[in-house]
Design a protein around this ligand. Structure first.
Ligand SMILES: CC(C)(COP(=O)(O)OP(=O)(O)OC[C@H]1O[C@@H](n2cnc3c(N)ncnc32)[C@H](O)[C@@H]1OP(=O)(O)O)[C@@H](O)C(=O)NCCC(=O)NCCS
Length: 160
């Protein structure tokens, strides 16, 4: 590993900041991981993130391929992680946990006291995974109000 490379999180994987050339592989990874929904345009999500703390948009790379992502942010009160994904062929090797550890490290470095994340109500399987990393149900209910529509959202009461 070169001295300026990111942390090793799984054999041959390293975490670095997103670069524009990652756009297509990142969107493909999100689609394959089931994270793209019709009412979120992933390209616009990437464009927007590049205007706010782009250095916290993390990509895991192995053998020159994008194999994981975590879109991290700190709003001055809470840290957030969105678009956590690991490619199916690379799961179970600690990469997802490594991305979360790196997110926590970067947030702590910025003085962030707490990390929040939202899990879609259709993705409850991942809750147990987060619990194993020390995350707890908060007793809070997530609410959202769309300010810029990217696409058509179906009339599902609990959709993000
Ligand atoms: C969630 C996700 C990022 C995890 O990535 P990963 O690289 O497979 O995770 P890790 O290998 O770091 O998992 C660490 C541990 O959790 C365990 N684990 C994996 N999935 C689990 C699950 N559903 N429930 C409980 N434990 C689980 C692993 O066996 C491993 O345990 P070990 O360290 O004791 O061997 C990946 O499954 C993914 O991309 N899922 C689809 C996208 C998604 O749902 N993202 C979250 C949006 S909120």
């Amino acid at each position: 590993m070169s001295p300026d490379a990111g942390p090793d999180v799984a054999p041959a994987a390293r975490i670095r900041a997103f670069e524009p050339a990652d756009t297509e592989p990142v969107v493909a990874l999100w689609r394959s991981a089931g994270l793209v929904v019709p009412w979120n345009d992933p390209y616009r999500d990437i464009e927007r993130k590049l205007t706010v703390q782009p250095e916290l948009f993390l990509v895991a790379e192995a053998a020159g391929e994008v194999v994981g992502t975590a879109m991290v942010g700190y709003d001055g009160h809470r840290g957030w992680v969105n678009y956590l994904a690991v490619g199916a062929a690379h799961r179970g090797g600690g990469l997802g946990a490594g991305l979360m550890r790196e997110a926590e490290r970067l947030l702590l470095e910025r003085g962030c006291p707490k990390l929040n994340l939202q899990v879609r109500s259709t993705n409850t399987a991942v809750i147990e995974w987060y619990r194993r990393l020390g995350y707890e149900l908060d007793g809070a209910v997530g609410l959202g109000k769309r300010l810029i529509p990217d696409g058509v959202r179906p009339p599902v009461p609990d959709a993000e």
